[in-house]
Design a protein around this ligand. Structure first.
Ligand SMILES: [Zn+2]
Length: 245
């Protein structure tokens, strides 16, 4: 069985002026003072061990103006944000917030998901690369099962046999359909809400009828996905976020 590891870093959140501000809390036995840092990863709070949470909370409230100003400065800087692979980090699965739970274990265990938390147990939970790889593999497994099912359902509505599906990791496209009638769907789409996945699957399946983007093509998309215009906008709006993982 796995055991609960000491967690030197946690993802938390505090509400300042009505706005939730996520932050990383790092505890160190070597520290004697509380410290705040704002950088490209957001807000980090460094504390000695055994500092109560209310002390952290009141420090953050006292420094609210400074924090808001620094966060705004960083947000204005260009450059991609990146995901922090920490215990407690927020992930998305089918449009729902789920929580990453990291545990130390003597060997890498298969991931467990209870509907709200994704448990990752491995010898070194601070090894972000391995955590990221394990989570990506988990997403890909869920994606394969979910997309296959949707393709079967929608292909039946078009009265065509379900085409072969492959998961893709393409940088610029969420889905594609080639002249052999093979469909490729990006595994990261599994993070998106069901209506967005539905739209992408409907779009690629409609290419089995029309290999173009003429009005006849969009009529097939609409038949499978009447709300396709808003789903398409939602996908566009969340694309950058889906690529963070
Ligand atoms: Zn297309």
């Amino acid at each position: 069985m796995s055991r609960q590891a000491p967690t030197p870093a946690r993802q938390l959140s505090i509400t300042i002026a009505g706005k939730p501000i996520p932050y990383i809390l790092k505890t160190s036995a070597r520290r004697h003072t509380l410290g705040l840092r704002v950088d490209q990863h957001g807000l980090t709070v460094h504390i000695p061990t055994r500092v109560p949470q209310r002390t952290v909370d009141s420090l953050l409230q006292d420094k609210a103006d400074w924090i808001a100003r620094k966060l705004a400065e960083w947000q204005e800087r260009p450059g991609p944000a990146s995901m922090e692979w920490l215990d407690g980090a927020a992930l998305q699965y089918l449009g729902q917030d789920i929580q990453l739970v990291l545990r130390q274990d003597s060997k890498i265990r298969s991931l467990e998901f209870d509907g709200a938390r994704l448990y990752v147990a491995l010898p070194n939970p601070d090894d972000s690369k391995t955590v990221q790889r394990k989570v990506a593999q988990w997403y890909a497994r869920q994606a394969r099962a979910d997309f296959t099912r949707r393709i079967e359902l929608l292909a039946a509505r078009l009265d065509v046999p379900a085409p072969p599906m492959f998961l893709s990791n393409a940088r610029t496209r969420w889905g594609s359909c080639n002249s052999r009638g093979e469909i490729r769907l990006h595994w990261r789409l599994i993070q998106a809400p069901p209506h967005v996945i539905h739209y992408v699957v409907a779009h690629e399946l409609a290419h089995l009828k029309e290999m173009n983007h003429r009005p006849e093509f969009w009529a097939w998309v609409k038949k499978l996905c009447p709300e396709y215009t808003s789903a398409r906008q939602d996908l566009k709006a969340m694309s950058a976020q889906l690529h963070l993982v």
